[in-house]
Design a protein around this ligand. Structure first.
Ligand SMILES: NC(=O)c1ccc[n+]([C@@H]2O[C@H](COP(=O)([O-])OP(=O)(O)OC[C@H]3O[C@@H](n4cnc5c(N)ncnc54)[C@H](O)[C@@H]3O)[C@@H](O)[C@H]2O)c1
Length: 387
């Protein structure tokens, strides 16, 4: 049986979710959309239909060009599936509680702004629906923990969008570190040096505010690379940070620099900005240094070592151990979510595993505000745990 999908939040990112699901018409069917602004929900309903019809045209062309009968049959089947999907009535809602109660909906994608992730996620979980939530999970640890608890209590599959973990380079880095191939980890660094004009922040009332975006360059814009970096490096025990708002009329920071100490003893660094002009170095970088070797994770995968021959040997070993992924990025993560539901297993990225992105950023904000190192974990009575 196909999984019925509901989309909550019909703004900028929602067409990407619709497009990705339309690539798996034999497994899922979008049946409902919801936005507090009715016309947005109506427009996404139309986009659902248009997206399936675009797929029909693509698969028809693929069927015509296919050389083998089995490929012709495969594409002909996809044409039928997408035609049927385009014909199904997509219900529009303005109240996420109503969508959550819709019996045709098995899983929900939360595409609301960061401040509005927790209520629809928890409503969907309490209604027994699986949840794919846009990142960041939530603005603080209290909300993130409530979402994780709701997922566990209702035994639903819950994942948060970090498609960056769905690349072969990321998986090879994880394998290399977990298997000790780099030796003891000494240092790691992540740079997210982006440029955004004021018009970007002016494009939505929630952008650039503490209440709406729940943080700036570090929490919101840097989250993909920072999540990947933290996932690879492990638990942080202490943070010292400075931050500022240099070039934008916004409440939140557009620059932060942080020094970290990891539980396993390594030192780390996080740089995040939306005021950094581009053109002198890759905007996003993750580099990790161990006793035996160093790796570059993004933008380019690479291994280096001063030990004669070790880098080449390790590169070959990692390529042999970690296969190409069938689907990369957000497509890979949404396919994994579908498979996790079908196979009744954990998604590759759980709610628990994205929690450090919130905790470390809250620690950065605490240290920058107090001028003191912030120790992790942040306990529930800490002012930076909630709020
Ligand atoms: N736009 C992007 O390129 C992009 C990329 C990656 C991730 N994201 C993430 O996706 C999420 C949404 O971003 P966006 O750019 O689509 O935002 P957006 O402001 O364009 O759209 C959000 C939509 O949610 C609706 N909404 C707000 N509260 C709601 C509620 N309680 N119930 C139903 N609908 C509600 C709004 O009316 C709006 O239409 C954010 O977490 C963002 O970080 C966005």
């Amino acid at each position: 049986m196909k999984l019925g999908i509901g989309i909550i939040g019909c703004g900028g990112i929602s067409p990407s979710h619709i497009n990705i699901y339309s690539g798996f018409p034999e497994e899922v069917q979008i049946v409902a959309v919801c936005d507090i602004e009715k016309e947005r929900a109506e427009s996404r309903k139309q986009i659902v239909r248009d997206t399936y019809l675009k797929r029909v045209a693509e698969h028809q062309e693929q069927a015509e060009k296919a050389e083998s009968q089995s490929d012709k049959d495969k594409y002909a089947k996809l044409v039928e599936e997408c035609k049927n999907a385009a014909e199904i009535e997509v219900v529009t809602y303005t109240d996420y509680e109503e969508l959550a109660q819709d019996e045709r909906v098995n899983a929900v994608n939360i595409c609301t702004p960061p401040f509005a992730h927790p209520p629809p996620m928890i409503a969907a979980a309490n209604a027994g629906k699986h949840v794919f939530c846009e990142g960041p999970i939530a603005g603080d640890l209290k909300q993130a923990d409530a979402m994780i608890a709701a997922a566990r209590a209702n035994q639903i599959k819950f994942t948060v969008q970090y498609g960056t973990r769905f690349s072969r380079g990321s998986r090879m880095a994880k394998y290399a570190i977990d298997e000790g191939k780099l030796g003891k980890i000494l240092m790691g660094k992540v740079d997210v040096m982006w440029y955004r004009g004021q018009s970007y922040y002016d494009s939505g009332a929630w952008r650039g505010t503490w209440a709406g975006e729940r943080g700036g360059a570090t929490f919101h814009h840097g989250r993909y690379a920072i999540d990947l970096y933290l996932w690879l490096m492990g638990d942080v025990s202490e943070i010292y940070a400075q931050m500022d708002t240099f070039t934008h009329q916004i409440e939140v920071e557009d620059c932060s620099m942080s020094v970290l100490r990891y539980k396993h003893g390594a030192l780390g660094q996080i740089l995040a900005s939306t005021s950094a002009h581009s053109g002198i170095a890759p905007s996003q970088r993750i580099e990790i240094f161990g006793e035996k070797a160093a790796i570059s994770v993004i933008p380019n995968w690479g291994v280096g070592s001063s030990e004669q021959g070790y880098a080449e040997q390790l590169k070959q070993e990692l390529e042999a151990a970690v296969p190409e992924l069938p689907y990369g990025g957000m497509v890979g993560q949404m396919k994994d979510f579908i498979d996790a539901i079908r196979e009744d297993r954990e998604p590759y990225i759980t709610g628990e595993s994205v929690r450090p992105q919130v905790e470390v950023t809250r620690g950065i904000y605490k240290s920058a505000a107090t001028g003191q190192p912030a120790k992790l974990p942040l306990k529930p009575y800490d002012p930076y745990y909630a709020g």
